[in-house]
Design a protein around this ligand. Sequence first.
Ligand code: DHE
Length: 804
Amino acid sequence: MKLVKFGAFLLLLAAVLAACGNRESRPSTKEYVLTTALENGNPVFLGVGDEINGLVNPRLSAEAGQVITITLVNGGEGRHQIVFPAIKVETATVSQKGESASVTFTVPGNLEELEYEDGNSAYTALGMKGVLAISESQSAPVAQQPADPVLYTKELAVSSFQKGGCLACHTISEVPGAVGTIGPDLSEIGKLASQRIETGEYTGMAKTTEAYLLESIQSPDAFVSPDCPAGPCTKGLMPASVSEIFSENELKAVVNYLAALPDGEIKPVEVAAGPVEAQPEVAVAAPVGETPELTEEEFSWAKQTFFERCAGCHGTLRKGATGPALTPDKTLPKGTVGLAAIIYNGTSRGMPGWGTQGILTDAQTKTMAKYLQNDPPAPPELSLQEMKESWQLITPVEQRPTSPQTTRDWENYFIVTLRDAGQVAIIDGDTYEIVSTVDSGYAVHITRMSASGRYAYVTGRDGRLALIDLWMEKPEVVARVQTCYDARSVEVSKYEGPEGDFRDKYAVTGCYWPPHFAILDGQTLEPMKVVSTRSYTYDTGEFHTEPRVAAILASHFKPEWIVNVKETGQVWIVNYTDPMNPTIKMIEAALFLHDGGWESTKRYFMVAANQSNKIAVIDSQEGDLEALVDTPAVPHPGRGANWIDPEFGPVWSSPHLGDPAVVSVATDPLGHADNAWKSVRVTPLPGAGSLFIKTHPDSKWIWVDMTLNSDPVLARTICVIAKDNPAEVSKCWEVSTYGRTVHMEYNKQGTEVWISVWGDAAIAGETGEIVIYDDATLEEKARIKDLITPTGKFNVFNTVNDIY
Ligand code: DHE
């Protein structure tokens, strides 16, 4: 990624803006610069320069048909991106302070305004969004060659790079967004080309720098450059069809611009007198930003091929998993040709070269690129039969140990998600040794244990479920199954009582897609039953086709699961005594139910309806909604934290994504009836963006993170609140020098807190680690280093017993 010194960048930008301002005859372009900043603890976009200078989430304006460039400068190291969702246009993501990215597009004529927002929906929820107001075009087609032909040539070249998708593969240090690492770096190509011609290194037909560059665009294999980032370039790497996208003038502008690099003078493109179309005539492939069309045959081939070859890494819904998201908002700005080149050649980050490996032809990579620029079709359903076909019983029950084969205290194991490695690590909570690392499926989201604790169930964004036997000397996966294409929850049957002993008997997975939950044999994962959650929203009674299953919790007192159905706002109480004929009670609660846990008696289930800013309280004894508690923006408790407030008695607390506060809800209707189900205390935090909170009945502290705060220091800071002085935070400190701090978990004894540092899998030494603190003294005890992006971690004993 290109790092630009902010000051130097502003100077350069000021020069460009000044140049633009001087032009009289061509008011067709506009540029805005925004940076990221914190305003009252919340992340915002801040205008830089001109009429938006210093304005928070500024209202931008442009004429229909104008070519507008938006540049985003990272002001504080969070990962940001400006996105115009309605037209699927976005900048690249900027992840480090001072880093910038731009996007140029033509302002549409059919809208009055366009909303922009951060590419990370959590930041958007925190308020990073604004509007681009669109007025009618004032400028008639341009009658003359522009006043500054050099500037015109430069602008035409830069917009042509965008249009041709060149930026997806090449770095050009002067061109915003040109950060591709597939083809050679073109930042000094003019000088390099003339040197090559002079030294005889060049073997093509051209005699001049311009001809060299023209040839490299029109017949790229005539001379293959020796200096691609991953080694010498190869024939076929650069698609010849790029030249077909450009008009004659665009091609000239591109050649002249490149020929002048790095510091020569740009030869202006001569524009014939008379009217010049604002958008020059174009050719075969759709220009960047426009959705390309596919024939029915192409579409169905691409759809099938995507499911077979690509969905595993990019997700069936193309929302990203091991590989990045491939929704049109991401793929359109890359251009069909640029995207096809990536598919053909692969990337240094591990994507195979489907063309270079001979699996897809050149034409097929282009078809796939076009397919990826269209909205993803509704993904397939998954029948019970298909689940059964995916089921693998690796070690049958009778071949498994009948008692623990290890002398370790396996109840003190931590099952740690190694998010970007597609693995979980099983770590001994006493010795901090990694006992086993198993392939789990990628982007694992959560782990839950069977009621005995012996089995760990692991699932995540690929909808695959793995069952790990913790009694084995080296824990291994004993069964696998696919019950969804995208999952977030798994739970087990925990009940033992008059209605039967259901411990370790069943498992249940909750899916985002298809929207259903599936009941499985708890020991083998054999699929037994699938139940769709498609239904009607609780409030307006509208049918919803994709109500996702969020948290699922098992009751300790009844043979029931509490299943939260996000988009319909219903909590389903599912009785599993007869799993083939389950009874379901549907409780109307609030929209966007997400995550939650039990209060201390485990009778009441507290669930955050995150986008409704509410906590719903479900009485599992009576099977009804006990209360709805209003909270600040976007509560996100994980499973929450139970403790005794010195003033209000037993409470359950949640932090918030959108508000710098921990809110405590009183949970004792018997002992503290007046306060029950009210938000009784707000403890301010230094920043918002919290994801998780944790405590232990024996601890004097409540621990809270601020993982998604846009300030990198706060994102890696942890705070503790003292239970005997909960009005304010007692202490906050940075857990690491990099990454984000996320998710806390106690050991079995309740004496240590384990915290993940969520790093970057691509940066050696900063991939991530777990930091272990003494809960009594808050002193650091140990670091388990070099883990690949650890996120959630689940102590066996605490997860079985719902201790939090
Ligand atoms: Fe999670 C729990 C959904 C993003 C780490 N997450 C949950 C649960 C749901 C959920 C429904 C509750 C499961 C349960 O208890 O049965 N999470 C989602 C999302 O939809 C969301 C916002 C976006 C997405 O596409 O997944 C999301 N979650 C994240 C992350 O970015 C995190 C930090 C890292 C990651 O996995 O990519 C993350 N989520 C977690 C963790 C839990 C979790 C660690 C379990 C917390 C616990 O202590 O029980």
